[in-house]
Design a protein around this ligand. Structure first.
Ligand SMILES: Cc1cc2nc3c(=O)[nH]c(=O)nc-3n(C[C@H](O)[C@H](O)[C@H](O)COP(=O)(O)OP(=O)(O)OC[C@H]3O[C@@H](n4cnc5c(N)ncnc54)[C@H](O)[C@@H]3O)c2cc1C
Length: 268
């Protein structure tokens, strides 16, 4: 439970952090530390240099402008959970944040750290996919934007490359008759998702499903979009029968992770 030796540097600006990262390809960003420090203690991660971005004030914000919601990478789960703005315009975000860990975890852990960590049972990746979020990634050569569908590549692997920092998450403000929800089956010991489903649906004026955007976490090596469910819902009148029938496609083409707890729970 003792990490390998490492150097530590605190950045006060994004540029400073990018310069520090450029010094060592193996350097890692330290955000809330709630995933990285446990991994270091178990020696699953042994970065030679930690670049602490916790004091960069410019990375912590929630704004909305011209239909675009912007969330700084260092915004904590709690700030999102308690945001009156988000509760009004995009309730999936505070709802998802409220499912993460306990109060201490939510006060310290950040959306950027969670998304960059890409834990297969983490909550944010499902919401990012359902909301078609855009990840704004900064490097010394500028910025690029990566859609959530292209961002989560594999188990704990994202499109972020060495020398890059996830700076901001952008989500379009839902328009029209849109309904959103995040539902999670919590693992009784860890609190992480055995399965978590984020749904972002819009309806036509006659109550049919116009567009369905869904993300699922906890089930596979990475969060994914269940295309079969979305296709089955689109154009359908939403009722228990159509929803139950669409849900049978949730794991189409997906290699499901083994889970001792889920097997026991299902056989009870
Ligand atoms: C007891 C406990 C319970 C938890 N329960 C849950 C839960 O139920 N659901 C859930 O989703 N999570 C849970 N978590 C994880 C928690 O949400 C973490 O806060 C989160 O996964 C990581 O965020 P962080 O800010 O702590 O990142 P860190 O631990 O500091 O960093 C995580 C990784 O992301 C990288 N990174 C961080 N920020 C950036 C950035 N801006 N750009 C590029 N790379 C970056 C780091 O280098 C590191 O590799 C739990 C954690 C604990 C300790």
């Amino acid at each position: 439970m003792i990490p390998a030796q490492f150097d530590y540097a605190r950045a006060n600006t994004l540029d400073e952090a990018l310069n520090l990262l450029a010094q060592n390809d193996e350097a890692k960003i330290l955000a809330g530390g709630h995933s990285l420090i446990p991994a270091m203690k178990l020696r699953l991660a042994m970065p030679p240099l930690l670049v602490d971005i916790a004091r960069i004030k410019d990375l912590s914000y929630i704004t909305e402008d011209a239909g675009q919601i912007r969330i700084g990478a260092m915004t904590t789960h709690y700030q999102i959970e308690s945001s009156d703005l988000l509760k009004t315009i995009c309730p999936l975000l505070p709802q998802c944040a409220g499912h993460i860990g306990d109060v201490q975890v939510r006060n310290k852990g950040t959306i950027g750290g969670s998304v960059a960590h890409a834990d297969p049972a983490g909550d944010w990746p499902a919401a990012m996919i359902a909301l078609n979020a855009e990840m704004i990634i900064a490097s010394k050569s500028g910025e690029r934007s990566v859609k959530a569908d292209d961002f989560f590549l594999d188990l704990m692997t994202t499109a972020i490359e060495a020398g890059e920092i996830l700076r901001e998450i952008r989500v379009s403000k839902p328009a029209g008759r849109t309904g959103q929800s995040y539902v999670k089956m919590h693992h009784p010991a860890s609190g992480f998702a055995v399965v978590g489903v984020a749904a972002n649906l819009s309806l036509t004026s006659d109550g049919k499903c116009e567009r369905a955007s869904i993300g699922i976490t906890g089930v596979a090596a990475k969060a994914f979009r269940p295309n079969g469910v979305e296709s089955a819902l689109t154009g359908a009148a939403l009722n228990e029968e159509t929803i139950a029938s669409a849900a049978t496609h949730a794991a189409d083409g997906i290699e499901i992770n083994g889970d001792l707890f889920a097997l026991v729970a299902m056989s009870d």
